[in-house]
Design a binder for this molecule. Structure first.
Ligand code: S5P
Length: 283
């Protein structure tokens, strides 16, 4: 496995050039958690209650709930509430926007509209499908604000088309913009992938790998999602952050005590998988 998986989050934080990546790595180390909770619920009250309950156990909250297409009762106050929770519990915010358009359009989507994502989301993500121009478009907005971008190099779903040459090209795109593209949504480490041997910085590259499709009790859902355990993701595949959604809040009706217990459970699993990985690589 590439060397990055043998380094501590703190060591990597010291060297990272991007402010959002550095802040995330420092938060992971400070709170001893590599758990990101994904909150995809339709009511604002549930959205905020879940985040308040899992806050102590996470480094990052992934919100897709801020999209008008999930939350039924979105209003401006939700962003302010989310930011207050982020300060209260010391976590970063990741808007899972999955941009996928031409540079000019994504730069408007990132900066404007009702959501003004760039103004409050430390990290966001994009599909590499349009090519490097998507990084140019988002970078115009995100770079001056110190934001970080993740590319979706792989997906967790059955039959995903993001494999092989597509994944390699995504890594090449990231390699060309290391000050803004901080890593990937992917299922394994990405350093060195797609390198041609002519690059100067491949040995030094450090991509954050945030991995969805994580669950301890089930192997998937009825719509193509596939789950692996924190141990498979962090220890065996060397990923940095586990993204967990329904495994934590998925019991209906939402039960905040259950959410709290599950968040604690996933934090512990993710962190011990990381500690085991460090131990293995030092022995
Ligand atoms: O490949 C992916 C990429 C993403 S961002 N697979 C995913 O599942 N996701 C997101 O992670 C997905 O949109 C959802 O918000 C979350 C997984 O949720 P869960 O309830 O299945 O854990």
């Amino acid at each position: 496995m590439p060397a990055m998986s043998a380094q501590t989050y703190a060591q990597r934080a010291q060297k990272h050039a991007n402010p959002a990546a550095r802040q995330l790595l420092e938060t992971i180390e400070r709170k001893q958690t590599n758990l990101c909770v994904s909150v995809d619920v339709i009511k604002k009250a549930d959205f905020l209650a879940i985040i308040d309950a899992v806050g102590p156990f996470v480094c990052l909250i992934k919100a897709t709930g801020t999209h008008v297409d999930i939350l039924e009762d979105f209003d401006e106050t939700i962003i302010k509430d989310l930011q207050e929770l982020s300060v209260k519990h010391d976590f970063l915010i990741f808007e899972d926007r999955k941009f996928a358009d031409i540079g000019n359009t994504v730069s408007l989507q990132y900066s404007s509209g009702v959501h003004k994502i760039a103004s409050w989301s430390h990290i966001t993500n994009a599909h590499p499908v349009p090519g490097p121009s998507i990084i140019t478009g988002l970078g115009v907005i995100g770079r001056p604000l110190g934001r970080g971008l993740l590319l979706l190099a792989e997906m967790s779903t059955k039959g995903s088309l993001a494999t092989g040459a597509y994944t390699e090209e995504a890594v090449r795109m990231a390699r060309a913009a290391p000050d803004f593209v901080v890593g990937f949504i992917a299922q394994r480490r990405m350093e060195g992938i797609g390198a041609t041997g002519t690059e100067s910085n491949v040995e030094e590259e450090d991509f954050l790998v945030l991995t969805p499709g994580v669950g301890l009790d089930v192997k998937g859902d009825t719509m193509g999602q596939q789950y692996r355990t924190p141990k498979q993701v962090v220890l065996e595949s060397g990923c940095d952050v586990i993204i967990v959604g329904r495994g934590i809040y998925g019991k209906t009706p939402i039960d905040i005590n259950y959410v709290h217990t599950q968040a604690e459970r996933y934090r512990k699993e993710g962190w011990s998988a990381y500690q085991e990985r460090l131990q293995l690589s030092s022995s």
